[in-house]
Design a protein around this ligand. Structure first.
Ligand SMILES: Nc1ncnc2c1ncn2[C@@H]1O[C@H](COP(=O)(O)OP(=O)(O)OP(=O)(O)O)[C@@H](O)[C@H]1O
Ligand SMILES: [Mg+2]
Length: 282
């Protein structure tokens, strides 16, 4: 089977809690795919993420990562190496006195030789636009910079799968954009498989595929423009249309179909361009 992650009939409840947190989850992620997982609070997104990096092991069902079943204890070290995670709160993830030390932290633990470590840290800091901040104290950085340091710390390990669990949710709009620009770049320039858990459907719109969770079940899975235009399903899961789709649907209701001009609009600029074009056509 092709793909990087396979989840097969995964059902899960925390011990002592009689309710399923995840029910009959099956999904396959392709290598290099950028997948968003969206859903309301408590729908099971973070729990699912913990199965995708082998932090939780199925009792019912199976999770296979890069061909390795997470149930096999011998697979654990390699799975840990291949899957990197970035979490919500930047302040909980940065541990070292300087940016460079922080990015190097995971490599030191992995026993990478010093020279190689230095080169990898330098390159990763550079690609994430953090050059010049090597000796800065992480606590003095902006939120967006902190999350880019966390991202650097994850990427320097050269994973095949990157999981972002609400990695932008504590950031201001500038910080969000800094991080999202990096995710878009990774999608363009690398083979990395990206799983992005987010509350922000405007962010989900940028990915290749959106999976919607409701009460631990998958209720939507497909291309973002398709899934996120599904008004009833979004209302049913307490999710709000992304801004761009809100505008497109509103205009459509008034008889102006922007999709006739451009049926792949995902950025605000594309939206504005399409409105201009439509106006000129009238
Ligand atoms: N360690 C735990 N022990 C018991 N119950 C838990 C534990 N972690 C999460 N839960 C419960 O499992 C359910 C799913 O939680 P999870 O954190 O996966 O949701 P989420 O979709 O990530 O939510 P959020 O959007 O708030 O981050 C919730 O009802 C939560 O209370
Ligand atoms: Mg969560």
């Amino acid at each position: 089977m092709q793909g990087t992650i396979h989840v097969d009939s995964l059902t899960f409840q925390f011990q002592g809690n009689g309710e399923n947190v995840l029910t009959d989850i099956s999904l396959s992620l392709r290598a290099g795919e950028w997948v968003s997982i969206v859903g309301h609070n408590g729908s099971g997104k973070s729990t699912l993420a913990k199965f995708l990096n082998g932090l939780l092991i199925p009792v019912t069902g199976d999770v296979t990562i890069l061909g390795m079943n997470t149930k096999d204890f011998n697979n654990q070290p390699l799975i840990r190496k291949k899957v990197s995670m970035v979490f919500q709160n930047p302040d909980n993830q940065l541990v070292a006195p300087t940016v460079a030390d922080d990015v190097a932290f995971g490599l030191e633990n992995a026993g990478v030789p010093f020279k190689e470590m230095q080169a990898r840290v330098r390159n990763t800091i550079h690609t994430l636009g953090l050059s010049g901040l090597e000796n800065s104290e992480p606590s003095r950085l902006s939120g967006g910079q902190k999350q880019r340091v966390a991202l650097a710390g994850a990427l320097v390990l050269q994973p095949e799968i990157l999981i972002l669990d609400e990695a932008t949710s504590m950031l201001d709009p500038i910080g969000k954009k800094e991080v999202m620009d990096q995710v878009q770049r990774l999608r363009r320039e690398t083979e990395l498989t990206i799983v992005m858990i987010t509350h922000d459907l405007n962010e989900a719109l940028m990915s290749d595929r959106v999976i919607v969770l409701k009460e631990g079940r998958i209720v939507g899975d497909g291309p973002p423009l398709e899934v996120l235009s599904h008004s009833e399903m979004l209302a049913d899961t307490n999710l709000i249309h992304p801004f761009i789709i809100e505008i497109m649907e509103g205009l459509k209701g008034k008889g102006y179909d922007l999709r006739e001009v451009n049926n792949t609009i995902i950025t605000e600029q594309e939206l504005v361009d399409a409105i201009w074009k439509l106006k000129q056509m009238m």
